[in-house]
Every structure is written in C-alpha cells, then in structure tokens.
Design a binder for this molecule. Structure first.
Ligand code: SDX
Length: 416
C-alpha cells in the first residue's frame, strides 16, 4: 500500500462502511427519516417514547406496546443508591458532561451480567435502562451543584416533562414539555454521525452497551459535534443584542473564526431539523416574552447565509443553531445543552449498537504509513536530546504535573 495506490478519505468523508435500517439522510434534498418516517411527521406527532420504540424495533408501537415501553422506562429512572455517593463526591469543577460520562460509566458496575455481553436481549434491557437514567443523572447533578436536593422522578409524567420536573421541581406547562419532547425527537438519531460511529466501533469489538454509550458521550462533547449548541449560545451571549450582530459578525469573519451552528458534513442545504427548531425557538421566545436571543440568532443567520464565503461552501444552518435559543428560552442552563443532546441521542446510539451486534464485523480501517523506514538502531550514548533539557524545567500552567518543558511537544509537530 502506498500513496500512489490509495486515496485517503480525511475524516472518512463519503465512506460507506455498513447498511442501516435506522435513519436516512438526503444531504442534497435536506431530508431526514427514521425507519422511513419523515422527521416532520415524527416531530409533529410522536412522543420520545414512541420514537425510541421506533428506533429499537423499527416500527411504531401499538397502544399496548407503547404503554409497556413507557412503564419499562419509568421503572428504570431511579439511580442505584451508591451512585448518589459518587455524585456527591464529584469535584466542584466537574462539568455536566463530565459528570454524565462518569456516572453513566459507573452504572455498568451494578450490572455484572454485562461483563459477558450477549447479543440482543440484555443489550436492549441496558439500552432502556440508560435511556431512562440519563435525564435523572443530568437533572440531579444540576440540583446538587446548586446545593438543592435532587428530585425523585414522577411516574405520571412522560420522558420530557419528567426531566423538566426533576430539573426545576415544578410540573412544566404543556407547551414547554411539548417543545422539549419535540427537541428530543428531532435529535434522537442521525445516521453515522461521529458519536454514533464511535458507539458502533465499540460495539463491533463486542464491547457492552455501557462502554459504547460512554464512548459516544466522549465523542459528542466536542464543539464540532454536540458541543456546537453550547458554543452557539455563547456566541449569542457574546453578541448581547440584535444591534451588535453586524459588528460581531464582521470581526469574526476578519479573524477567520468558525461560527458555530452552521455547516454540516452531509447537508449541503438547510438541515430539515433547523427549520422546525427555528419555528419552535421563535414560538417559545414569544411566549416567554423575551425575543432578544431569537432576534440575535435570526439576524446572525441572515448575515451568515448572505455571505459569499458560506454560500460558496454550501454552509447552511444546522441542528445546533436554533437549539441554542430554544433551550435557553426553556430555562435550560447553557452547560446542560450537550447533556440534552445526549439525553435525546441515547435512543439512536443504542439502536445502532443493537444493529451492529445483530450483523457484526469488527470495524478496523487502515492508515497509510508516512513515517521514516529502515532507521538504524542508535545506542543511548549516540542519541542527542531534542532540546537542551533545562534541569529546573517547570511544567507549563494547565499541563499534567511534572511535564518537563523539554518533552512537551515532539519536533515533528512544532509549528513550521
Ligand atoms: C452536529 O454528523 C452529524 O450528523 C452531526 C449532527 C447530528 O445530528 O449528529 O448533525 C450534529 O454535530 C451538527 C454540526 C455542529 N457543528 C458545528 O456547528 C460546528 C461548526 N461547523 C463546522 O465545524 C463544520 O461545518 C462541520 C464540522 C460541522 C463539518 O465540517 P466538514 O465537513 O469537515 O467541513 P470542513 O470543516 O472541512 O469545512 C470546509 C470549509 C473550511 O473552509 P476552507 O478550508 O474551505 O477555507 O468550510 C469552512 C471550513 O473552515 N467551514 C466553516 C464552518 N463550517 C465549515 N467556516 C466558518 N464557520 C463554520 N461553521
């Protein structure tokens, strides 16, 4: 294998590695379906429980089946007692995504059967358990960090309404619960996005569902993926008012800095979810009486989409952009935005894990070696240090303790 015989697909762009029966994305037409159902129909009519059923069983549930799944989820919302001790001992500096990743990981320790993962049945049980517990973890962490007692789940409330209740201690108004439910449905699955792909890689080694979900949580966090909604809201707060959008935009462009909430590896027209989220963000903002953040978002979107730099690259509004003012208007703290994405996407992650387990092949791509060849062995005495080590080298602030300056960055990665 050499550079003359292989074409490197950076970021695996356009690479198809498997078949899926879950979601289909048409990036040119701007269409998204889950198991054949259009996202517009699902957003308007399906509950999150129905959507999770659809992804796990690849058909919509009958009434009795939906009742059974809803009860199954509700009976799995509570966390093992020991987890509360772990949650209380998390450092104050812990972010919600770090807490979610940590606590989700501990849940496998209460499920000894998962050490020998069987395909299918037990994986589905774990998928239901994790889907039910993520909202409890996120809401409880937020309450504890604010020195407020966690709130027990309410079995008479649906998935989205119960999350808002556990977060605030008040039963949400139906419009807010429906808005959050629609957000969860819209983000439940999305083909081979980075976090789903990483979950499938873990599942392909016959890793268990917990490990696959923890892998996905780590992948989701980055601002190029799930972290974009938090970054988009931080942009809007930095702008501060609709009249300051233009100046902010000009400066951002002059600095050649990415604007979060725009662009997508697959969609070359507007993300169909963005259209629905834009309408929801406006409705919720008007109902709340504070349209400032929605107006900032709308004005910034207008500037971005009108700019040739974005038009030439077919960069359009993505799912994370209007998620920002929507969740903010619903009173969700900004650093809970990525956990909200995880609470929605866990149904998709676990559905893909089940699909991978059903027809598995270890996922293991290749890389073209571009390093030196035929290097002769050098005895220690013949080797000279990269740089003259300073014996009193101090580690640079923020780097791991005892990180000697002389070993910080290998020469090959030094800026040219
Ligand atoms: C999600 O994959 C999924 O399905 C993900 C998701 C899901 O539901 O799971 O849809 C959720 O993650 C949505 C994306 C959220 N991310 C952001 O909003 C971050 C900002 N967007 C970009 O970083 C970017 O658009 C990506 C990462 C989303 C896609 O990037 P690609 O396909 O790798 O494209 P690229 O980074 O190579 O960009 C191509 C060009 C570059 O410029 P040039 O080298 O041609 O000069 O477009 C530019 C980029 O600099 N560009 C942007 C930009 N996005 C791309 N420039 C400014 N602002 C942006 N937002």
């Amino acid at each position: 294998m050499d550079s003359a015989t292989v074409e490197i697909k950076r970021g695996l762009e356009g690479v198809v590695f498997t078949e899926t029966h879950l979601s289909a994305i048409d990036g040119e037409a701007g269409q998204l379906t889950y198991c054949g159902y259009d996202i517009e129909d699902l957003a308007a009519q399906a509950t999150y429980e129905e959507t999770a059923f659809l992804l796990w069983y690849q058909r919509l549930p009958a009434t009795s089946e939906l009742e059974m799944l809803s009860n199954w989820l509700r009976s799995n919302r509570r966390l093992p007692k020991v987890v509360w001790g772990i949650m209380h001992s998390l450092p104050e500096s812990a972010t919600p995504m770090e807490a979610l990743r940590t606590i989700a990981s501990t849940l496998s320790m209460f499920d000894r059967a998962c050490i020998h993962e069987e395909v299918g049945g037990s994986s589905l049980c774990r998928s239901v358990s994790l889907t039910a517990k993520l909202p409890t973890i996120v809401a409880s962490f937020d309450r504890l960090r604010g020195d407020r007692p966690p709130i027990e789940p309410r079995d008479d409330l649906g998935h989205a309404a119960n999350f808002l209740y556990m977060l605030t201690g008040e039963e949400p108004d139906p419009a807010s619960a429906k808005a959050l439910e629609t957000y969860f449905v819209l983000l439940a699955d999305h083909g081979m996005n980075a976090s789903t792909f990483s979950a499938r890689v873990t599942a392909s080694t016959l890793g268990d569902v917990y490990s696959a979900v923890v892998t996905a949580l780590g992948t989701l966090k980055g601002p190029l993926h799930g972290g974009a909604s938090q970054a988009a809201m931080e942009q809007m707060i930095e702008i501060g008012s609709p009249r300051d959008v233009d100046e902010w935009f000009e400066k951002r462009m002059a600095r050649k800095e990415r604007i979060f909430g725009f662009g997508h590896r697959v969609y070359k027209v507007e993300d169909p979810r963005a259209k629905i989220l834009r309408e929801m963000a406006e409705t919720v903002a008007r109902r709340s009486g504070n349209t400032q953040w929605y107006e900032i978002a709308a004005r910034l979107e207008e500037r971005v989409l009108a700019h040739p730099y974005f038009d030439e690259r077919r960069i359009k509004t993505n799912v994370d952009y209007y998620t920002a003012p929507l969740l903010y208007a619903l009173g969700i703290p900004i650093d809970l935005f990525i956990p909200m994405f995880a609470i929605a996407r866990i149904a998709g992650w676990t559905a893909h894990v089940l699909e991978q387990q059903h027809d598995n092949r270890l996922i293991r791509p290749r890389a073209l070696y571009a390093g030196p060849r035929g290097v002769e062995w050098h005895e220690m005495l013949d080797r000279s240090p990269m740089v003259e080590a300073q014996p009193d080298a101090q580690c640079v602030a923020g780097r791991p303790a005892n990180c000697p300056a002389a070993l910080q960055v290998p020469p090959r990665f030094w800026p040219a």
